[in-house]
Design a protein around this ligand. Structure first.
Ligand SMILES: CC(C)(COP(=O)(O)OP(=O)(O)OC[C@H]1O[C@@H](n2cnc3c(N)ncnc32)[C@H](O)[C@@H]1OP(=O)(O)O)[C@@H](O)C(=O)NCCC(=O)NCCS
Length: 130
């Protein structure tokens, strides 16, 4: 099994990755990730935020996605993460967030499934956004 992470920060490349993530249904129906992915795919022009996206591929199949948004009134970016159930607890979510953030310390995050707060605890500077 080979894991590859791809990151994009330009609109056209982000749209391509978001499109793949949507086709692979890398979101919980009704949660905000699907909306964010659609906005990125459709090249929505929202001047309030800039987005980066990381997609994880297991043997060339998209199995995880991480999105970073930046709103003008917040210093730190806002992170959303999804990993397909079958591939959870293998460190893939952690790898995507690390790839997204590099050495930058602080970010905000959205509350997710039970256990997601524990997931985000690994980053001391993380602040809940809800
Ligand atoms: C939250 C989520 C992204 C975690 O992804 P993941 O790839 O499973 O996370 P990792 O394997 O990198 O987990 C790293 C550590 O975080 C903690 N953790 C992760 N998921 C956890 C859970 N469900 N319960 C308790 N602790 C958890 C553990 O300490 C884990 O280390 P361990 O497996 O050695 O115990 C994934 O469960 C998911 O996609 N959930 C649905 C969407 C969601 O809720 N996203 C968060 C809000 S945007």
């Amino acid at each position: 099994m080979t894991l590859i992470l791809k990151k994009a920060s330009t609109k056209v490349k982000m749209a391509m990755l978001a499109s793949g993530a949507l086709s692979a249904k890398l979101f919980i129906p009704g949660w905000r990730m699907s909306m964010y992915l659609r906005q990125i795919k459709d090249l929505d022009d929202n001047e309030d935020y800039i987005v980066s996206i990381v997609v994880a591929y297991m043997d060339n199949v998209p199995i995880g996605v991480c999105i970073s948004q930046r709103w003008y009134r917040y210093k730190n970016p806002y992170i959303s993460v999804f990993v397909r159930k079958k591939y959870r607890r293998l460190g893939i979510g952690t790898k995507m967030v690390k790839r997204m953030m590099g050495k930058k310390p602080g970010f905000r995050y959205e509350r997710g499934i039970e256990g997601s707060a524990k997931f985000f605890q690994q980053w001391r500077a993380a602040v809940d956004y809800s």
